[in-house]
Each structure stands twice: as C-alpha cells, then as structure tokens.
Design a protein around this ligand. Structure first.
Ligand SMILES: [Fe+2]
Length: 203
C-alpha cells in the first residue's frame, strides 16, 4: 500500500512517514531507487513533504490542549527525528558544496548557503525540544502549559516554511541551472551514501 504526504494533513492512522519519504534507497512499494532519480527532484519532493509536516504541526497547535491527534504527533516526531536531519545532510554534504563550486566567487549565493546552514543547525536544536514535547503528547500527557507548547510549535513551523521558501525559490532553481550531469550523479551518490550511513562524498 502506498501512502501520500497528504495523509499527515488528513490525520490518518497509517504508518506514513517511511513510505512517503523520498529518502529510502530501495523502497518497498516498487518506486525507483534514489540513484535512478534526479536528486534535485528528490530534494524538491522532500520540501513538499516538509511543508506537509509544517501543516501537521499547525494542526497540532490548533488542537491544543484538548483536541490532540496523538497519531499525528507520532508521525511528526518521526519526521523531525529522522527525515529532517537526513535532508539537511543531503544539502550540506551534497548540494551546497556543489553549488559553491559552480557559483562565481563573489556571488551572493555563498552567503545565502551559509545562512541556510545556520538555519539547519538552529532548526535541529529546536526540533529536539519539539520531539521531547510531542513524544509526551503522543503518549497521552496533557501539556502543562499549552500556550507555551503552541508558541514553540508555531515558532518552528513558521520559520521552517520560510526556510523551505528560500530553498525552493533560490537554491533549487539555481542548482537546476548550474549543476552538470556529473554533479547530479555525484549528488545522487552522496545522498545514497547518507542513507547507508557512509562518509559523505564531498570534502
Ligand atoms: Fe532543504
């Protein structure tokens, strides 16, 4: 059975994240392996998935404190814990170094990439706090301070939506323009290595 990202927004009880994530090198539903796909399209697909996760976080915030979807909390935790850091590694170890190599030395994209990397670090720290909170909500605990939890959730998804927007409007289009066929193959290999826990390909 296949699952779609929209399952998060729909709040279904399916174990969706492993299946919808474009991360798996060989997935069990017969979809093409990562190495045979355009890695930039995989990253763009991951951004769409992350946007769904942000929608899920917003639903959780809107449901506080009494109308919580515990299953949704679990699904979002899985994404924050596994998918988000992996996606960041794909970009930091794969895409960004290739773009820096292809962009002109004085191009403003260098500063943009530096900024986005700092975002990744901040967001992962923030996500760790959310994971702890969402784990407790998923286990049925009532939040001691719903306003504070809502504030945390909104701070994260609003910031992350802006982050996705920058990457989708600036970074991915530039990569489509600048990266050669060889670069794309290198990026795909790097992403595969990330999924296998191997050392990243770029120095
Ligand atoms: Fe990204």
């Amino acid at each position: 059975m296949t699952h779609k990202p929209s399952d998060i927004a729909a709040g279904t009880s399916r174990p969706l994240l492993r299946a919808v994530s474009p991360h798996s090198e060989a997935n069990d539903n017969g979809a093409p392996s990562l190495s045979s796909r355009n890695p930039l399209e995989v990253l763009a697909q991951e951004h769409r998935f992350q946007a769904e996760v942000c929608n899920g976080l917003e639903r959780i915030a809107d449901g506080l404190p009494d109308e919580l979807d515990r299953r949704l909390c679990q699904q979002v935790v899985s994404c924050l814990r596994y998918d988000l850091p992996l996606h960041h590694r794909d970009e930091e170890k794969g895409l960004f170094p290739l773009l820096r190599r292809r962009a002109a030395p004085g191009d403003s994209i260098h500063e943009v990439l530096d900024h986005l990397e700092r975002d990744h670090s901040t967001d992962e720290g923030f996500a760790d706090e959310l994971i702890e909170t969402l784990d407790r909500l998923a286990a049925g605990h009532r939040p001691p301070n719903p306003e504070m939890v809502g504030y945390m959730l909104r701070g994260f998804f609003e910031g992350y939506r802006r982050h996705i927007h920058w990457e989708e409007t600036l970074v991915i289009p530039l990569a489509r323009q600048l990266l050669t066929e060889e670069d794309r193959a290198e990026l795909a290999a790097c992403m595969s290595a990330n999924r296998l826990g191997e050392q990243p390909c770029r120095k």
